[in-house]
Design a protein. Structure first.
Length: 72
């Protein structure tokens, strides 16, 4: 499944760290976080998509405390 979400991320360095951390989640095929565009693009296994997104949100908040992925 491929999806794009809005994300609140405050710096390009943090976005790059988030990408590296999320790439390591099993089931993630690709991830792109655009600091300037505030876009979070992910491709991941359909069966585990919700679980992967929950883990991605936790990882983002570890890197940048106020980060939020808008999954609505």
């Amino acid at each position: 499944m491929k999806k794009t979400f809005k994300i609140d991320v405050d710096c390009a360095n943090c976005a790059a760290k988030m990408e590296r951390a999320i790439e390591a989640i099993p089931g993630v095929s690709s991830i792109s976080i655009g600091f300037l565009t505030q876009k979070f693009k992910i491709e991941a296994e359909d069966e585990r998509f919700d679980e992967i997104m929950a883990e991605a949100q936790k990882l983002c908040r570890k890197i940048e405390r106020h980060c939020k992925i808008y999954m609505e």
